[in-house]
Design a binder for this molecule. Sequence first.
Ligand SMILES: [Zn+2]
Length: 202
Amino acid sequence: MYSPSIQNLIKALKKLPSVGERTAERYVFHLLKSGKKETTELMLALKNLTQTVTSCKVCWNFSDSSPCSTCKDPRRDHGTVCVVEDPQDLSVIEHTGDFRGVYHVLRGLVDPTDEDGLKKMKIKELIGRVKFGNKEIKEIILALNPDMAGETTMLYLEKELKKINPSLIISRLARGLPLGSDLKYADEITLGSAIKNRVSKG
Ligand SMILES: [Zn+2]
């Protein structure tokens, strides 16, 4: 039986995705053996995460400032907004180096059976940006995973966005991304060409 302090940390770590009992135990004993320096570094990083990181109130990415550096960057094309599911997807698209517009992080996908989840998503914020934003938005790129939940979300957004502005260009990533795949695991070349050859829905 482990001491209560050890059990507490194991319990906290197990809440992280893909961390089970064994992995949590390994982390805790690694930290205990590695000494104070490594544990203090981790503690400081976690403290900064809660104290410094905030949500950009324009694109809803996590950032140290709001608006974030991308939303403030005058060299970016603020008329083209790439809509992604979560911050990791934004990061993979940014790494391709093929996109110079700005982003909108939805923080989830539409699930018609989950009303609470729908409320937490940044859909009305996206609609607000298109409707009242101080920068005119000409094109929305829906860069969501080509699976069932991604497809449902894209159809929903297309319908809502067209209602506010019928002349808005709504495009999707080009095929080439295998059906049912996850953007996070797409290689940069595939994803880069998918964004360059995106398909406009008119
Ligand atoms: Zn931003």
